[in-house]
Design a protein around this ligand. Structure first.
Ligand SMILES: Cc1cc2nc3c(=O)[nH]c(=O)nc-3n(C[C@H](O)[C@H](O)[C@H](O)COP(=O)(O)OP(=O)(O)OC[C@H]3O[C@@H](n4cnc5c(N)ncnc54)[C@H](O)[C@@H]3O)c2cc1C
Length: 167
């Protein structure tokens, strides 16, 4: 059920996660349907998903980046089996290059979504991740621990509408 006392942002598409999939989805939406308003909820404080999270020595792709990369911004680097850090930079730079980074709400975890058939809207209450400074990403393996974060309600709901682009 939507709580009507909570302020609501109305958007058309809500993307969960700012990894490769989320950045790709955002690109498809803004190029294919430029009239749609979208937002990306990202539980962590960084773009890249897998490629930001895993930083152990030697982390790299299994398949070639021509396959794994974005078709709309092809991988141009020499190594096609790429290091994790290079993939992370590539995903981040792609998000920036297309203005997708501006649509990301960092430290917002999607925790629930309610569908209303009556209004043809989905309402999502993201929780803001509160991460103690000591647990934040430092670039060393083992220092990222989302499970140690606490969460609180963002105090704001986001609703999406699949039926039309109206607010
Ligand atoms: C070492 C390694 C090598 C790999 N090599 C390859 C390869 O060569 N080829 C290949 O195809 N795949 C490979 N993978 C798999 C790889 O994870 C995926 O290909 C790809 O990076 C997944 O991208 P994604 O955006 O779907 O998910 P992720 O990268 O996992 O990103 C998901 C994002 O969503 C966020 N999120 C999750 N839940 C929520 C929520 N409820 N609310 C808000 N945010 C949320 C997360 O914080 C994260 O940032 C590899 C994985 C690893 C670990």
């Amino acid at each position: 059920m939507t709580d009507h006392n909570i302020p609501t942002d109305h958007i058309d598409v809500l993307i969960v996660g700012a990894g490769i999939s989320g950045i790709d989805a955002a690109y498809r939406i803004q190029t294919g349907n430029p009239g749609l308003r979208y937002a990306i909820l990202e539980a962590r404080d960084a773009i890249g998903g897998t490629w930001d999270l895993f930083r152990y020595p030697g982390v790299r792709s299994d398949s070639d980046m021509v396959t794994l990369g974005f078709p709309f911004r092809p991988w141009r680097q020499e190594k096609s089996i790429a290091d994790g850090a290079d993939i992370r930079d590539y995903v981040r730079e792609t998000a920036r290059a297309f203005g997708i980074d501006k649509a990301i709400r960092f430290r917002h975890r999607a925790v629930a979504a309610d569908w209303s058939s009556a209004t043809a809207r989905c309402s999502c209450a993201p929780a803001i991740m509160i991460t103690p400074p000591a647990m934040r990403r430092t670039g060393r393996a083992g220092t990222v621990s989302p499970g140690a974060s606490s969460i609180r309600n963002s105090g704001r709901r986001i609703s999406t509408c699949t039926a039309s682009a109206s607010s």
